[in-house]
Design a protein around this ligand. Structure first.
Ligand code: ATP
Length: 254
């Protein structure tokens, strides 16, 4: 069995006439914490849609946990949190418990009921994101950052091996962004969950990630975070299309 959680080989994708992703070859190993960087419209969300199986590549091959995506059945191994998750208004009629439970994909029995230990599963997922004290609260009463943690718990209830996050800190205030990334780091290091994170927030997340991939229609760089840090600024600007801030990760330690 392949040691890669995600493997893309020479993947192309076009919407109508526009080639959005070109010759993408990318491998994400178990335990990697990969940040995908790229300017607006560079194909980041399209790449995620391909990995989630929501769209099919125009050409090329995608494997998940060593299995071609067409045959891959273990959907519960992959948790996904989008940037728009944290958008409930105050009156949304669901509690934190209900939102987390709704993420459970495996149900038991003929009638597809929730398992007997469902309360415990919800509690464990909430503990992983340090939100267990909010279990009975209406979701709409939580802040954007807290809601985003609840959506991560919703993904964690299936005990995924891989977590995909599309700009999860959009709408999260600056103070809470650091603790949000601390939590992701813990999930990665302690629970050994592989993380693929789309972000513009390179500076803040820099301490936590192991790898960086720079995408702008094609993969311009994929390697260890240290190699990315060592790259000259003008090289990065070349693929990014405009100036990008250099990472000073040691200054960001909390
Ligand atoms: N459903 C669609 N139909 C046609 N073109 C699309 C569609 N979705 C995205 N595109 C185009 O594909 C390109 C890549 O879009 P994508 O959303 O993957 O980029 P992105 O890197 O996620 O952007 P952002 O950072 O702004 O979210 C863009 O040129 C976009 O206009």
């Amino acid at each position: 069995m392949s040691s890669f959680d995600i493997e893309l080989n020479q993947v192309n994708y076009r919407y109508e006439k526009e080639l959005v992703l070109s010759n993408i070859t990318l491998r994400v190993a178990k335990g990697d914490f990969l940040a995908i960087l790229g300017p607006n419209g560079s194909g980041k969300s399209t790449l995620v849609k391909l990995i989630l199986g929501l769209i099919k590549p125009t050409s090329g091959e995608i494997k998940l946990f060593g299995t071609p995506i067409q045959q891959f059945k273990k959907r519960e191994w992959i948790g996904y949190v989008s940037q728009k998750s944290n958008a409930f208004n105050q009156r949304f009629p669901a509690t934190v418990f209900e939102v987390v439970l709704s993420g459970l994909t495996k149900k038991t029995g003929l009638m597809k009921k929730y398992p007997k230990n469902k309360d415990n599963l919800v509690l464990q997922a909430l503990k992983s994101v340090q939100m267990e004290q909010f279990i009975h609260q209406p979701i709409g009463e939580l802040s954007g950052g807290q809601q985003q943690r609840i959506f991560i718990a919703r993904a964690l209830i299936n005990e995924p091996k891989l977590l995909i996050l599309d700009e999860p800190t959009v709408g999260v205030d600056h103070e809470n962004v650091q603790s949000f990334y601390n939590m992701l780091e813990e999930l990665n290091k302690k629970q050994e969950i592989t993380i693929l994170l789309i972000t513009h927030d390179v500076d803040t997340v820099s301490n936590r990630i192991s790898h960086v991939a720079c995408l702008n229609k094609m993969i311009h760089f994929h390697g260890y975070k240290e190699e990315y840090d060592a790259m000259e600024e003008d090289v990065r600007e070349n693929w990014y299309g405009h100036s990008v801030r250099k990472i000073h990760h040691k200054e960001n330690v909390t």
